[in-house]
Design a binder for this molecule. Structure first.
Ligand SMILES: Cc1cc2nc3c(=O)[nH]c(=O)nc-3n(C[C@H](O)[C@H](O)[C@H](O)COP(=O)(O)OP(=O)(O)OC[C@H]3O[C@@H](n4cnc5c(N)ncnc54)[C@H](O)[C@@H]3O)c2cc1C
Length: 240
């Protein structure tokens, strides 16, 4: 989510390695399928949804619904919220990202390929016929195209659509613009030096932190840091 090549080469190599060794995909039921898969095996009454945490301290979590006493606190929120709850954490700069969604009857590509702008015209970062990868993302007879732009400024949709005509080599005049989603704090920046990609997750006094900002900026990084935080919590609880 940046175009100045300012990301640490360690992070780049890790991401490239993952793309080469693994598979990429989209859950048919949307990204929320991932947290649901993690939550499903747990008893439902263990999880409070829509309950923002306002403060954490060793052995205590403060929410709008009251305080919760506990032996371990894991702060697994986004980096900006984490810095508010745990002021000792170093500040994290965030990259901004905007995605334009279009619907079309005639998909411009037959394959689920992420198209990047090799000419570096710097308007569109990448575009993909999402419904080629996840057919359930569009109703029968239609296709969903998702196009992303890096940076805090979102260009007007007609300019993006015109650029898409150039990239796909076909007219986009009959496409329907569904929505544009701008996320100002989309992904933590990872400039050098990164040192160890795996930042500590145990902060002492039973306080733990997890999230993509403690590992590589990705879902994979978030999951790995969560796994490490869970291990650290178990270790603390076992040691009494
Ligand atoms: C448009 C976009 C596309 C992306 N594409 C990819 C991709 O293709 N592949 C990939 O690997 N990564 C991708 N990412 C990055 C990926 O989404 C993140 O790296 C990942 O979601 C980070 O997970 P996390 O658990 O650390 O934080 P988050 O997913 O941000 O989860 C933190 C949660 O904490 C909650 N929260 C915040 N404050 C509080 C509070 N005070 N109390 C209670 N809850 C709170 C938030 O509501 C949120 O649900 C993308 C990100 C964006 C924005």
């Amino acid at each position: 989510m940046e175009r100045e090549l300012e990301t640490s080469s360690r992070v780049f190599a890790m991401v490239l390695r993952s793309f080469a060794r693994g598979r990429i995909g989209l859950p048919a039921e949307g990204m929320a399928a991932l947290p649901r898969a993690i939550a499903d095996p747990l008893p439902a009454d263990l999880i409070d949804l829509d309950t923002p945490v306002s403060q954490v301290a060793p052995g205590r979590v403060r929410t709008q619904a009251g305080d919760i006493g506990c032996r371990a606190v894991v702060v697994a929120v986004d980096p900006l919220a984490a810095a508010t709850l745990l002021p000792a954490l170093p500040p994290v700069r965030m990259h901004s990202y905007t995605t334009y969604y279009h619907s079309t009857a005639e998909p411009p590509l037959a394959e689920p390929i992420l198209l990047v702008d090799g000419d570096r015209r710097e308007l569109v970062a990448n575009t993909v016929v999402v419904s080629r990868a996840a057919p359930a993302y569009a109703p029968a007879g239609r296709h969903l195209v998702a196009t992303s732009v890096v940076g805090p400024t979102a260009p007007p949709e007609p300019a993006v659509r015109l650029e898409l005509a150039r990239l796909y080599g076909r007219s986009t005049a009959d496409w329907t613009h569904l929505t544009t989603v701008s996320i100002p704090a989309a992904l933590p920046a990872a400039p050098p030096p990164q040192g160890r990609l795996r930042k500590p997750v145990a902060l002492g006094d039973g306080l733990f932190v997890a999230g993509d900002h403690r590992d590589s900026p990705s879902i994979q990084g978030a999951l790995t840091s969560g796994w490490r935080a869970a291990g650290a919590v178990l270790e603390r609880l076992r040691s009494g």
